[in-house]
Design a protein around this ligand. Structure first.
Ligand SMILES: [Zn+2]
Length: 82
């Protein structure tokens, strides 16, 4: 019997202070990185998908970012790394 599947782990990269496009407030936005890996017999082997998101702590709006945009935000220094 072969046991396989996908497993996603979420990493908190930084807390950024950004202007929210929906509510218009300048509020804290945690930057998260979610990595989904293929696993075989519960052992994660290789990543199949990586996504970057920010979420407005005021209204809850979640934005998906590209890796390039997430890296740029991290290096801008607008937030404190965790
Ligand atoms: Zn908002």
């Amino acid at each position: 019997m072969l046991i396989f599947g996908l497993r996603t782990r979420v990493f908190a990269l930084a807390m950024l202070t950004l202007l929210c496009p929906r509510c218009g407030n300048r509020s804290a936005h945690p930057l998260h990185k979610a990595v989904t890996k293929f696993s075989l017999f519960f052992i994660p082997l290789f990543p199949v998908r990586t996504t970057y998101t920010t979420q407005c702590t005021y209204c809850g709006l979640t934005n998906r970012l590209s890796k390039h945009d997430a890296t740029r935000l991290l290096h801008q220094g607008s937030g404190a790394p965790w």
